[in-house]
Design a protein around this ligand. Structure first.
Ligand SMILES: NC(=O)c1ccc[n+]([C@@H]2O[C@H](COP(=O)([O-])OP(=O)(O)OC[C@H]3O[C@@H](n4cnc5c(N)ncnc54)[C@H](OP(=O)(O)O)[C@@H]3O)[C@@H](O)[C@H]2O)c1
Length: 300
């Protein structure tokens, strides 16, 4: 059986990736703190900031493929973001190259400035915030260090079996009596965690010659306010027009670093038959969405 090493096994995406990949491969799950990982997935400690540790682990495990889902997301200090997203990714790619491993790296739509949508798969990064810069630099480092690398640019990740961080934050603030102000002009392509995990697995094992950059998101382009409310409705969190207001990011000149429209074209994902169901389809059919590679595009 092939061995697949997964970084970020304790993260929101990683928690879904582990059981899915384990259906087809021997999984070694890594995180900084492996105590939070199930013993089912052969947990290993691997701090991406520790170059020697990354090389030692990868050389010992000799994975056929690595799915790199660890990252520091926005909201944490910039130095750690650069250390993990940029340097950690580079160490991992260098180690992968040394043992001939395929690398599937999870990237983000935040590498774009939001003014030139829709962005093609190979669109040059134009980040306007520290997170986007760290991920764009991580992509560049990974692609340069290991020629068998594919970087997957994705968008807001949500699940229907476990609440995503954004919705959890909204729920907490509503429960605390706050009013939410949600952007009605910030456009994203939310991606169902199960569909993204399926695509990452398929890119790792089924498409060994696909390299470069692939956009993998949901097919629906939604503004942040609409998506936020769809998630609040799904999780049955009470709100009203008094507790959730819609605002325009464009009206806030002091707001910097929020790309307005990061829509990305899904041409390559659809050519490969990767699943990209839109939010509305997932919500309507979440027990029976076809993840086998059907083409669900509404926006190509
Ligand atoms: N969430 C989204 O909406 C979204 C949108 C677009 C792209 N992405 C990308 O998707 C991927 C997964 O995101 P996520 O939301 O699932 O992440 P997450 O829940 O924040 O999890 C991050 C993971 O990274 C690990 N990690 C952090 N620092 C580390 C270090 N120094 N060494 C090793 N592991 C470390 C964490 O392990 P410890 O707990 O042990 O530190 C954790 O397992 C990331 O690449 C992210 O940039 C996410």
């Amino acid at each position: 059986m092939n061995t697949v090493l997964i970084t970020g096994g304790t993260g929101y995406l990683g928690q879904r990736l582990l059981p899915l990949v384990a259906e087809r491969a021997h999984v070694v799950a890594t995180a900084r703190n492996p105590r939070a990982l199930s013993r089912l997935y052969h947990p290993e400690a691997m701090d991406l900031c520790d170059k020697a540790c990354v090389f030692e682990r990868v050389l010992a495990i000799q994975p056929q493929a690595i799915i790199h889902a660890a990252a520091i997301n926005p909201g944490v200090d910039d130095a750690r973001m650069q250390a993990v997203n940029e340097l950690g990714t580079q160490y991992l790619a260098e180690a992968a190259h040394q043992v001939g491993s395929r690398l599937v790296m999870v990237s983000t739509d935040m590498v774009h400035d939001g003014t030139q949508a829709p962005y093609a798969d190979e669109a040059n990064p134009s980040p306007i915030n520290d997170y986007g810069r760290s991920k764009a630099n991580g992509e560049r480092a990974a692609l340069a260090a290991n020629d068998n690398t594919v970087a997957v640019r994705t968008s807001l990740i949500y699940g229907l079996d476990s609440m995503d961080r954004g919705t959890a934050g909204f729920a907490e603030r509503l429960a605390g009596g706050d009013t939410l102000s949600l952007f009605a002009d910030v456009l994203r392509q939310p991606v169902w965690r199960d569909a993204l995990a399926t695509s990452l697995l398929r890119l790792a094992l089924d498409f060994p010659n696909e390299t470069g950059i692939v956009n993998v998101t949901g097919s629906d382009v939604l503004d942040r306010a609409t998506f936020g409310e769809l998630m609040l409705d799904f999780w049955q969190i009470p709100y009203s027009s008094k507790t959730v207001e819609h605002i325009l990011a464009a009206d806030l000149p002091e707001l910097v670093g929020v790309p307005l429209n990061t829509e990305m074209s899904l041409v390559r994902a659809h050519t490969l038959g990767l699943p990209t169901p839109g939010v509305r389809e997932v919500l309507a059919n979440h027990n029976s969405v076809n993840l086998a590679g059907a083409h669900h595009a509404t926006h190509d």
